[in-house]
Design a protein around this ligand. Structure first.
Ligand SMILES: C[S@@+](CC[C@H](N)C(=O)[O-])C[C@H]1O[C@@H](n2cnc3c(N)ncnc32)[C@H](O)[C@@H]1O
Length: 267
């Protein structure tokens, strides 16, 4: 456990939040068109909200372009819904939407809200860039008694093929580090939340080429978010990456794995 915790600390110390914000800000205009998996995952995550649940105040963590915030706003039309995000470009895009939802700049790990402010905290594919333990403590703080936390996130094994291909090119960190599912299960059980459900689902996307894969990740803002120097992409490095990735090709194309978790926790 000690060494697992050390690994986790090392993982998060290297995540550069300014870079996360800059990458997502740049992707604000292209995100929605490229986000097929993200939309599917968010729709599945929303199934974790129990039928008949009637929140008065809802928070969407890492609201991105705001598409899920708007769905929450339409679903809970009597509620006040707020989207919070680190990336100013994403917030600017959200604010251009015609909706009654509110938008707020903030960090999921240090939320700019008072204790016991929300009945429902929702988040889809945003908390994987944060320390899970800190997220749970913050969400617990801002939830009202009996409040719900419904989320999706990514765990270790996500983008394993791309990571493996990069490892054959150089020793830089190119892919975000993701916590192992087992560690998140442990963290959840120690969080003081009632874990109603926490499931892992594997998804694999396929691409015709490395170039199309990298282009899609860029459109989504999912560039590497570690502060270490990674070396610039040039023709030689791209060629090496393509050669290395070819070993993973299947009949369907170049695979890219996502290990998606879905959780419903109550306070
Ligand atoms: C992959 S997008 C998902 C957006 C939206 N939830 C969706 O499902 O379409 C992740 C979003 O989380 C935001 N994000 C990442 N880390 C964050 C943090 N520490 N605090 C607030 N937002 C964060 C990013 O800026 C980005 O807009």
């Amino acid at each position: 456990m000690q060494s697992k915790l050390r690994d986790r600390d090392a993982l998060y110390k290297t995540v550069d939040k300014q870079r996360v914000a800059a990458n997502f800000s740049r992707a604000a205009e292209t995100y929605d068109c490229a986000a097929a998996l993200q939309k599917r995952v968010a729709a599945r995550a929303m199934l974790g909200i129990p039928a008949g649940f009637q929140p008065e105040r809802v928070l969407d963590l890492g609201s991105g372009t705001g598409s899920q915030t708007v769905i929450l706003n339409n679903t809970f039309s009597d509620a006040h819904v707020t989207g919070v995000d680190l990336a100013m470009g994403m917030l600017k895009f959200s604010r251009s939407r015609k909706t009654e939802a509110s938008w707020c700049a903030g960090d999921i790990e240090s939320l700019p809200f008072k204790d016991a402010s929300f009945d429902l905290v929702f988040s889809s594919l945003a908390i994987q860039w944060c320390e899970f333990e800190t997220v749970l403590a913050e969400v617990k703080r801002v939830l009202k008694p009996d409040g719900l936390f419904v989320f999706s996130s990514l765990v270790k094994g996500t983008m394993a093929e791309l990571n493996h291909a990069w490892q054959q090119v150089d020793s830089h960190v190119h892919i975000n580090g993701f916590e192992p599912f087992g560690l998140q299960q442990q963290t959840a059980s120690l969080s003081g939340f009632q874990v109603n459900s926490l499931k892992l689902q594997h998804e694999t996307l396929h691409y015709p080429s490395v170039v199309t894969l990298l282009r899609e990740l860029k459109a989504l803002g999912v560039n590497t978010v570690h502060s270490a120097h990674q070396g610039l992409m040039n023709r030689t490095r791209l060629q090496k990456l393509e050669e290395a990735y070819e070993n993973a090709r299947t009949e369907m194309g170049l695979p890219l794995s996502y290990q998606v978790i879905y959780g419903t926790f109550s306070k």
